[in-house]
Design a binder for this molecule. Structure first.
Ligand code: HGY
Ligand code: MN
Ligand code: MN
Length: 400
């Protein structure tokens, strides 16, 4: 077993939270390319160098800490949601750093580390690793915009002074990512670890209804072309039509809505919103897309609204690599006997993209009350250390 140092790991994890610390509890606001995100990546690069790793930023700001020659890659991401917690992504990066450091100190196997950029999708879905893996073309990524209309190309320019070349993935023999579960199952069962069997797929696009902006006091109801009313009808229609398509695992979310001009006394002239859906079955994801496009077209035509769809971004469902998964299961059985399970991931992760390039696997630790993507996200420190130990055990087995 590699001799990792749990206190050093926890100290680094708490230090990383100081970049963008916000809200009550252990909240973080560190969206991709924000000043705290860039500062955190520069601090991580220093910690990597201190650990004897060679830091390298790629053209989109993903940060690698490399050893020379072939190695295993560990990591996750260090950007956060607009309101996030201290562990989503950060846990996997700092665990990777601690294991790479311990491996160098104690003559363990060669381990490199990565913190991918924009996993949280300010500009889409797992942007940095999607580009690195070839799942997303850089030109397509560059034209994506965030909620405020800033383009990916503009945002990544803020890291241009740090950027090097894309890292050659052929030097890595495999990728493992430790993450919080972000769901309730481990916490409810009082279990310590989940070994991921597969990660669901996702589709994500922006939809816009264009109506007629007008006075909210003088425009009779029958003359309005109210873009928000179009969105409301669309939402009711897809909820109704999905009934015959979805499974209990399927989820869909309209998480961002922008009304123009966004004022109490103006009939909205435009409604732009995010439409995201996730499932473990590609066929079902496609059937849902048909429902969405048909419903939007029907609503637009019935209400006299303009309609446009943005680029549809997506990732396919992926199974985790059997060999790496078996190493994680063996390690979990040693570190936390009787307190672990195998489970599907309903959240997306960089491992989905990296699986295109090399064998990839993941493990989870519990999220207290199943909460994340919120300031209240947290995990008992004993569980964080258990996750570190299980990952270190799998790396140290030699079979990976
Ligand atoms: O949205 C996701 O599943 C991930 O946390 N970015
Ligand atoms: Mn994450
Ligand atoms: Mn997340």
């Amino acid at each position: 077993m590699l001799k990792v140092k749990p206190e050093r790991f926890l100290d680094d994890l708490h230090h990383l939270r100081s970049f963008g610390a916000a809200g009550v509890g252990k909240g973080v606001v560190r969206p991709a390319y924000s000043p705290p995100d860039i500062a955190a990546r520069q601090w991580l690069a220093e910690r990597m160098a201190e650990a004897g790793l060679r830091p390298q930023f790629d053209p989109v700001g993903s940060l690698f800490g490399l050893v020379d020659g072939p190695s295993l890659l560990l990591g996750s991401h260090s950007d956060s949601q607009p309101e996030g917690g201290w562990l989503d992504g950060a846990l996997g990066v700092i665990a990777g750093l601690e294991i790479a450091r311990a491996a160098r100190e104690t003559g363990g196997p060669p381990v490199s580390v990565v913190s991918f950029q924009d996993e949280e999708g300010r500009f889409g879905v797992t942007t940095g690793s999607a580009i690195w893996s070839g799942n997303l073309a850089l030109e397509v990524a560059d034209r994506q915009t965030d909620r405020m209309g800033v383009s990916f190309a503009e945002a990544r320019a803020a890291m241009a002074h740090l950027a090097g070349k894309f890292v050659d993935p052929s030097q890595f023999s495999g990728f493992m990512e430790l993450h919080i579960e972000q769901g309730p199952w481990l916490s409810e069962a009082k279990e310590a670890v989940g070994i991921v069997t597969d990660i669901v797929g996702i589709r994500d696009m922006r939809i816009t209804f264009d109506g007629e902006q007008n006075h909210a006091g003088t425009t009779p109801m029958h003359r309005r072309r109210d873009a928000f009313q179009g969105l409301a009808r669309f939402n009711a229609l897809i909820n109704e039509r999905f009934r015959n398509v979805v499974s209990p695992q399927t989820v869909w979310t309209i998480g961002h809505v922008a009304l123009h001009p966004d004022a109490h006394s103006i009939v909205p002239g435009r409604a732009t919103f995010s439409m995201q859906w996730r499932d473990g079955d590609t066929e079902r994801l496609s059937r849902m897309e048909t429902v969405i496009r048909d419903a939007a077209e029907e609503v637009a035509s019935a209400a006299g609204l303009g309609l446009s769809f943005g680029d549809m971004l997506g990732l396919e469902p992926v199974p985790m690599d059997a060999r790496l998964r078996a190493a994680l299961c063996e390690s979990a059985d040693t570190v936390a006997p009787g307190r672990w399970r195998q489970m599907q991931s309903g959240a997306l992760h960089d491992a989905t993209n990296v699986a295109r390039l090399m064998p990839a696997a993941m493990l989870f630790v519990p999220s207290i009350n199943g909460i994340s993507h919120a300031f209240a996200e947290d995990t008992d420190e004993a569980d964080l250390v258990t996750g570190l130990m299980v990952l270190a055990g799998a790396v140290g087995r030699g079979s990976v």
